[in-house]
Design a protein around this ligand. Structure first.
Ligand code: ADP
Length: 498
């Protein structure tokens, strides 16, 4: 019963009615095949010899051909060769009375799909046709999937480039070709370096292709691409990953290009606006603060205790506002790329000791033990002193502010295989797990009973992160509520070594 239903089942799974041509000089076989396959839902046509069969194949497409090997006139083998050369997708099943080994090998070599030896039963015919339909369906699925992918990739606004593991182009969509200003029709098979000159981008592709099997990481970067003379450069966000087979062998790379020029421009406008506002409010705030201090110092006449208290509160609030505008200015400077990138040789061990000395008094007032770990006597890197000091200073001052009295803070520098590391750990309030992912967001502050009285802007860590990223580094945080927090910053040695 299973086999009787098998063709119908296969026909149901296929999107069209299979067209079968029976080429056989034996009327009895033609008719038997026609009757059975029509009943099973196929469209069947008949040809009495090879010449007629070829004519019919030229006029319309057949999915399956049942082909007799021994016919008067043109032989089945010649028909097979002819059809396979012109219609390689057509599935050909050989019907033969002489199913010898040589015959089988010869027909298989010429592309036959299967055999039916005469005399064959209806059951045998059903099985072989079902197999053929399944095969066609698989091919159809692959072709549909391929064409769906092609249409999708070709209509993407993002550029897509894939290479093989020899850095030869395997696919390049129109958006990518437009980005690199390439009008050449055929780029497939050419080395990427023929079309891409940016050494950073070429390096990313090379690194993805050579990524060891036990690592799978996305390589990301932003590059500026010149478009044409007289127009602004295009800023492209790039993501590059290796492409692997089931055994985890690298077959090549896939790179996605995202034009972020407009976003960058909006970001720049926003940063300019923020820094303009921050700058404009900073001077009047400073002058209000100075005048308040004059009054507080009694230079404008005696003050009552109550008046002093009110003015002191106002002065504190104004100070917070000045801090906010200073941090906003810092952040917009960093984000607009105005970060001071002048690098010098820095000994991180000494830099951290300097910051510890600076914060010693503040820590002492809270009886906090502020110390360093002697990992190395000195640890040199190329970096910007002001930036690195700001990173360490922000992390230590946070550790002090978010630690109760009597805690312990350790700040140190160390080397990891391919990174230079700066870390600050404390035994303070800790950060709840669900808030950790937001702490680098601008203006984000953990709000709870314990942090309510601690003043802050929520910009310190955003500044730290921006500085670290502007130096191609990364920052990580581990924390446990009421146990403590550890911030670790990593700078790739390749970029910062001396
Ligand atoms: P601010 O300290 O001005 O609020 P930050 O950006 O420096 O802003 O920090 C963001 C938030 O992260 C803080 O409000 C605080 O809740 C949390 N945080 C930062 N550092 C620590 C730390 N060492 N321990 C506990 N919480 C911290």
């Amino acid at each position: 019963m299973n086999n009787i239903n098998s063709i119908k089942k296969s026909v149901k799974n296929i999107f069209f009615q299979p067209r079968v041509l029976v080429v056989d000089d034996e009327i009895r076989i033609q008719k038997a095949c026609e009757r059975l396959l029509t009943e099973e839902g196929c469209h069947v046509e008949l040809a009495q010899n090879g010449i007629n069969g070829l004519k019919m194949i030229e006029e319309k497409h057949f999915d399956i051909i049942l082909l007799d090997l021994m016919m008067p006139g043109m032989s089945g083998l010649d028909v097979l060769t002819d059809v396979k050369s012109r219609h390689p997708d057509t599935v050909i099943i050989i019907i033969t009375g002489y199913a010898t080994l040589e015959h089988s090998i010869e027909t298989m070599k010429r592309g036959a799909f299967d055999f039916l030896s005469k005399p064959f039963s209806p059951q045998e015919l059903r099985i072989v046709i079902s197999k053929a339909i399944e095969f066609i369906r698989t091919l159809q699925d692959i072709a549909t999937e391929k064409s769906r992918m092609r249409v999708m990739i070709n209509t993407l606004n993002n550029g897509v480039l894939t290479t093989d593991n020899q850095e030869r182009i395997a696919l390049a969509n129109p958006a990518f070709l437009k980005m690199i200003n390439c009008r050449k029709k055929s780029v497939i098979g050419h080395k990427v370096s023929e079309f891409i000159k940016d050494p950073r981008l070429l390096g990313m592709i090379e690194n993805a292709i050579n990524q060891p099997a036990d690592i799978f990481s996305e390589i990301t970067d932003e590059i500026t691409m010149p478009i044409s003379k007289g127009t602004d450069d295009m800023i492209i966000g790039i993501r590059c990953i290796p492409f692997r087979d089931r055994l985890n062998r690298n077959l090549g790379s896939i790179t996605v290009f995202n034009d972020i020029t407009a976003l960058k421009k909006i970001d720049q406008l926003k940063s300019d606006f923020v820094s303009m506002v921050a700058h404009e409010i900073k001077s009047p705030l400073n002058s209000v603060l100075m005048q308040l201090n004059v009054v507080l110092d009694g230079l404008a006449g005696e003050l009552t205790e109550k008046q002093k208290q009110i003015l002191q509160k106002s002065s504190n609030r104004i100070k917070s506002l000045t801090n906010l505008s200073t941090e906003l200015l810092d952040l917009s400077k960093i984000e607009s790329g105005l970060i001071n990138q002048e690098r010098e040789e820095l000994d991180l061990v000494e830099l951290i000791k300097g910051q510890i000395a600076f914060y010693r008094d503040q820590a002492d007032t809270k009886s906090i033990h502020l110390t360093t770990k002697e990992t190395k006597k000195e640890l040199w890197m190329m970096g910007n002193r002001i930036n690195m000091e700001e990173v360490v200073s922000n992390l230590i001052s946070n550790a002090i502010r978010y630690s109760p009295n009597g805690g312990k803070i350790t700040a140190w520098a160390d080397e990891k295989s391919d990174c230079t590391k700066i870390a600050v750990s404390d035994t303070g309030l800790g950060i709840p797990q669900n808030e950790l992912e937001h702490i680098f967001d601008r203006f984000f502050r953990v709000k709870n009973e314990k942090t309510r009285h601690i003043n802050g802007t929520g910009l310190g860590l955003a500044i730290v992160k921006s500085i670290v990223e502007a130096h191609h580094g990364t920052i990580e945080v581990e924390s446990q509520v009421d146990k403590g927090t550890c911030f670790s910053v990593y700078f790739p040695k390749s970029e910062y070594k001396i």
